[in-house]
Design a protein around this ligand. Sequence first.
Ligand SMILES: [Zn+2]
Ligand SMILES: [Zn+2]
Length: 309
Amino acid sequence: MTFIQPQLNVLPDYHEHLKVVLLGTGSPRAFYGRAKAGVVVLAGDKTFLVDCGGAAVDQMIKAGVMPQRVSDVLFTHHHYDHNGGFFDVFITSWRTHVTPERVFEGRSTPMQVYGPDTTREIIGKMRESFEFDVKLRVSYNLSDEAGSQIQYIERNEGIIYDRDGIRITAFEVDHRPVYPAVAYKFEYNGKSAVISGDTIPVPNMVKYSDGVDLLVHEAYNKEWLDSLIVTYPEQARALSNPAKYHTTTLEAAEIARQAGAKHLVLTHHIPAPTPDAAAEEAYMAGMKEIYSGPITMGRDLMVFDLAEA
Ligand SMILES: [Zn+2]
Ligand SMILES: [Zn+2]
């Protein structure tokens, strides 16, 4: 019997230190090698998924994070590039995965879904649309019915999780017209990480990222977008939209400087540069003059182990 054995590259079940895995670093457009938004945060025996763009499950498999480990999904906001993969995450995490060496038990408890106000309404409607499939899995595949449920924790600001030494704090950002939208701060074993979600520069980001070990911040490159507008003036409206509700690379550097973040990681690149050093260096132009700490251009499947930071 020879078939793909995902356990060969599966990350350990327990993480003594906070670990952050970038699933997708692209934008709402589809790019080869830059999947849509998704970040996995590992702490202790918990696996948190922050946003789930369309390829979230496939990216988790590539990263060695079996979807069956995910029982907590945190949404920053409800643009499709952040929630489009939820159906797949929900069902896949619920289904048991059997390999010759190991059984990955599917989720047997309700999925915990966190997010700003609007989350229950939007994800609840998605969940209703899964009912046909869910019913079949309960009646025909005998999947555990408890795992087909969702418990919602809607919160725009404040501590949303505080157990076993893991603390997660939500705080409001500004991604209008998408309102509300939040970012998340994770704290575990003396280390911290902030995941910005999508936002313009906001004082809250500086406040909550004060001295943070890892700041994963979205950013677009203004010069690159402006040059596209010159090339395609008829597309000016679509191309200039990111400027209204996102953060420029230079602004992200300024936020990291003001917050005293120890390491800045860029994600949600607009336009998405090819994942090579030259393109990424050009994308980051000017940032080092503003922020003197380490800056990493996020690539899909990058792992940040905060024990080593
Ligand atoms: Zn967005
Ligand atoms: Zn987005």
